[in-house]
Design a protein around this ligand. Structure first.
Ligand SMILES: [Zn+2]
Length: 268
């Protein structure tokens, strides 16, 4: 091993656990589903915390939009099917109002997230990058909540009921590089600053079928699926890699060569 990158791996007691905390039913399938399928196949526990029930999602139904109360039930059913395909062990839906997360006082959702994280103790926590990938306000808000919650988990001055502090190993931000974002949205957007921050590339070549199946579960979102993905008649084929930014790591002296290719690097 290169002297410059010697560090002691963190030993964890139980089966490793990765928590994805995103905004909508379908975020898990559209973006990191290859990664989710890859780790769940390896026996890694994967949990998904979804902040909303997606009742504002445009369904692309030419006969008119499904009413929100109906749509939220349908979308959770779609999400449950996708979770099954991807091997997500536990799904938690927080039921915050879709499209309005930035209008909420953040203290309550952050408290809930810290409570949740101290109970479940995931080793790896993953949320959106600071741009929310698509600049969606809900995504950016969830990014902020999760970042706060990550740092509060091991802050002894931040109390949650009858819970002890806990230190997650890593915080990652999920991202999509500009070249791919531009091709799937057919936009003329310029290169984003976030590209230079990518630290981790996960090869998901073997899990693209699961990814497609999971995306197809979100039938009410077929308008978006067809707009974006070639396999459904849209613009571009799926990328066989998924991209992350290591935002923080609690492994003392942790370092990697050039790029990480495993979220569990540094953990044994
Ligand atoms: Zn979303």
């Amino acid at each position: 091993m290169n002297e410059a990158i010697s560090f002691k791996k963190i030993k964890i007691e139980q089966q490793p656990c990765i928590a994805f905390i995103l905004a909508h039913p379908d975020d898990e399938s559209f973006i990191p589903s290859g990664t989710i399928a890859k780790y769940s196949h390896q026996g890694i526990k994967v949990i998904y915390i979804c902040a909303t029930r997606g009742e504002k999602g445009h369904d692309g139904n030419i006969k008119g939009q499904i009413p929100p109360d109906e749509l939220k039930i349908i979308r959770i059913n779609e999400l449950e099917r996708a979770c099954k395909i991807l091997g997500i062990n536990d799904l938690y839906v927080l039921d915050y109002p879709d499209g309005h997360l930035n209008e909420l006082n953040p203290s309550e959702p952050i408290y809930r997230l810290v409570t949740f994280l101290r109970r479940e103790k995931p080793d790896i926590i993953i949320t959106f990058d600071p741009t929310g990938i698509s600049n969606h306000k809900d995504h950016i808000t969830v990014h902020k909540w999760v970042t706060h919650a990550y740092y509060l988990c091991n802050n002894p001055f931040y109390k949650t009921e009858r819970q002890e502090i806990y230190t997650p190993v890593k915080l990652y931000y999920l991202t999509v590089p500009s070249h791919h974002l531009i091709s799937i949205t057919n936009s003329k957007e310029q290169k984003r600053y976030i590209d230079n921050k990518i630290t981790t590339i996960i090869n998901v070549t073997d899990y693209l079928e699961e990814k497609k199946k999971a995306i197809r579960c979100h039938q009410t979102q077929c308008f978006n699926i067809q707009r974006v993905f070639k396999f459904a008649g849209g613009m571009d084929e799926l990328d066989d890699h998924e991209y992350y930014i290591l935002a923080h790591c609690n492994i003392p002296g942790y370092a990697y060569e050039v790029m990480e290719n495993d979220l569990l690097d540094g953990i044994c």
